[in-house]
Design a protein around this ligand. Structure first.
Ligand code: 0O2
Length: 201
């Protein structure tokens, strides 16, 4: 498999999507409005993880483009409400097509995971013409991101078999993160006003 050639359109999609989403953040800053985006990250799935996922999902090597998250972009928001602002913005874009949405914000996963996932078809201009790549956009709050990155590390450490006592603790931590998001949403206006005062200085 020529991995570099195969992954090149995915690299391009991730870079372009990151630039476009960062553009949205900049526009909010110019308008001195509350930005629904705290930060943006993106990655192309490493080859060993691509192979692992393809095997788990029984996708043969000649159909790897069916995998939905080889290209992944993450939008991290300050508040829960901001997630839906971003979802609406992405829905209204004309440079991509949404094929699926998974709302793990209102319907958390068994692990305690919360995040909003949008699976998109994204056209990339290549020298051979337009190639449509599938990409996944994950939208979550800072608190959800904190939980998910820690849980991800533990999953890696325990090779997907996190001991039950740690699993139970993680579920409690997920609830605590959710409570934190709820509490922060209630005092959202106060926080935003404080931020504006800080930047005006
Ligand atoms: P990585 O290393 O982040 O790329 P499914 O078959 O429905 O269970 P599927 O089809 O992969 O899973 O879709 P899903 O559930 O939307 O998950 C896609 C990605 O969401 C994952 O990619 C993770 O990034 C994230 N995710 C989903 N569930 C969890 C979870 O319980 N904990 C954490 N930390 N992240 C989660 P990968 O390939 O699994 O991982």
């Amino acid at each position: 498999m020529q991995w570099d050639a195969m992954l090149a359109p995915y690299e391009q999609a991730v870079e372009e999507l990151k630039i476009k989403l960062k553009g949205i953040r900049k526009q909010f800053e110019f308008d001195a409005k509350h930005s629904p985006i705290e930060f943006i990250t993106g990655r192309v799935k490493p080859v060993p993880s691509v192979l692992e996922k393809a095997e788990a999902k029984r996708i043969p090597l000649d159909r790897l483009e069916e995998l939905q998250d080889i290209a992944g972009v993450r939008v991290v928001c300050p508040f829960v409400g901001d997630i839906y602002t971003i979802v609406e913005m992405i829905r209204s874009r004309e440079d991509l097509t949404i094929s699926e949405e998974k709302d793990y914000v209102s319907h958390k996963k068994e692990s305690g995971y919360r995040s909003y996932h949008m699976i998109i078809d994204y056209p990339v201009e290549t020298i051979q013409g337009v190639k449509i790549v599938i990409a996944e956009i994950q939208i979550r709050t800072l608190a959800m991101n904190f939980w998910a990155t820690n849980e991800h590390s533990l999953n890696y450490k325990y090779k997907g078999n996190i001991p039950s006592d740690i699993k139970a603790r993680l579920k409690r931590a997920a609830e605590a993160a959710f409570k934190l998001d709820e509490e922060m949403s209630i005092i959202k206006n106060e926080v935003q006003e404080a931020k504006r005062m800080f930047y005006r200085k």
